[in-house]
Design a protein around this ligand. Structure first.
Ligand code: UDP
Ligand code: MG
Length: 332
């Protein structure tokens, strides 16, 4: 609450949603089964928000009829804008495409499967009016996730926040409301590797969390597989810290110190007790350990070099095949 008082004192606490536009950005990959429920819920809550709305739907290379259904919807619903990507670029790229296309004064990314309850956006808007630039949802209860997913997620936040300079609040997703200023700041971040949670934290501004219970998927299945989540976690860590590269300096120095002590011990042993030939086992251990450490270090290096390569190529983050509802130049 002190933050709110600060805002008022600085004279920024008097935003009003009147006459403003809210963009809800929805990345979609194979979400056909959920579209009816989604639009039904949005229709039910949107009227209560008290400002105009645009729905920026990004079709991230769906293989089902998601795009066809969106096209139908856009014909009768002028709030719906559609960006169809040329293939599946992944949620982070789809979200970036949506954020770049959104024109609202406030912008809220939303999962298509209703795991982010749209009703909460009303509460987000209240806090935005009080002066917060970013209002993010915090999953108070992850009981809809499997224990394994919860455990790995906790581990990830623990590791990430230990090694990264920019802590991300645990159990936050992309679900949030952002002021236009924040969206413009995000658009200035040019990296290919878009770990959105990290980018959201990096831009700063006045942020506040709102706890909510994350429900199960309304329909359909999650597109995330474990391997993909793991790659996602590595992407997140490597794009926000170089600690994994630098720790090897420490490990190397420690190994060198240990080796020196051991050498000293050997010298003393020879001086005191005479020459000692057997030593094959200790030699093997040292050689194998040293070799393994170097391999791991090389692997870490490779993770970064690979990502450097991705960045240097400067390929676009996504390609658009078709846009609908954005006015002139739309495909029919
Ligand atoms: N999504 C996407 N591209 C992908 C994977 C997912 O646009 O390659 C969208 C998906 O349609 C949904 C949101 O990202 O709107 C979250 O995906 P999902 O529900 O599968 O993830 P989870 O809730 O399991 O983290
Ligand atoms: Mg989901």
């Amino acid at each position: 609450m002190t933050a709110i008082v600060d805002q008022v004192r600085e004279g920024r606490g008097t935003r009003s949603r009147q006459g403003k536009l809210l963009s809800i950005v929805i990345p979609m990959h194979d979400e056909e089964p959920v579209l009816d429920v989604l639009f039904g819920r949005l229709d039910a809550v949107a009227a209560g928000f008290g400002l105009s709305i645009e729905l920026v739907c990004v079709d991230d290379g769906s293989r089902d009829a998601t795009l066809a259904r969106l096209r139908e919807r856009a014909r009768t619903d002028s709030r719906v804008k559609v960006i169809a990507l040329t293939r599946n670029f992944g949620k982070e790229a789809a979200l970036t495409a949506g954020l770049e296309a959104a024109t609202g004064d406030v912008v809220a990314p939303l999962d298509a499967d209703l795991q982010d309850p749209p009703e909460l956006i009303g509460e987000f808007l209240d806090l935005w009016e009080q002066g917060y630039d970013v209002v993010y949802g915090v999953r108070a209860d992850r009981s809809s996730d499997t224990p394994a997913k919860r455990l790995t997620a906790n581990l990830f936040y623990r590791v990430f926040n230990t090694v990264s300079d920019h802590a991300i609040p645990a159990s936050t997703g992309d679900f949030r409301l952002m002021d236009r200023e924040v969206v413009e700041a995000l658009k200035r971040l040019p990296e290919r590797n878009r770990f959105m949670k990290g980018l959201f934290a990096w831009v700063g501004f006045r942020q506040v969390g709102v706890p909510y219970t994350r429900p199960e998927r309304a329909a359909g299945t999650s597109s995330w597989r474990y391997l993909r989540l793991m790659r996602f976690a590595i992407d997140g860590i490597t794009s926000f810290t170089t600690v994994p590269l630098r720790i090897w300096t420490g490990i190397g120095l420690a190994a060198a110190a240990a080796a020196m002590l051991y050498a000293l011990f050997l010298i003393l042993q020879v001086l005191l007790y005479g020459r000692d030939v057997p030593g094959y086992a200790s030699l093997m251990v040292v050689v194998l350990l040293g070799f393994a450490v170097q391999m791991v270090a090389l692997g870490f290096l490779g993770e970064y070099v690979g990502r450097l390569y991705e960045e240097v190529k400067q390929r676009p983050l996504y390609l658009v095949r078709e846009t609908i509802g954005f006015g002139a130049g739309d495909a029919p």
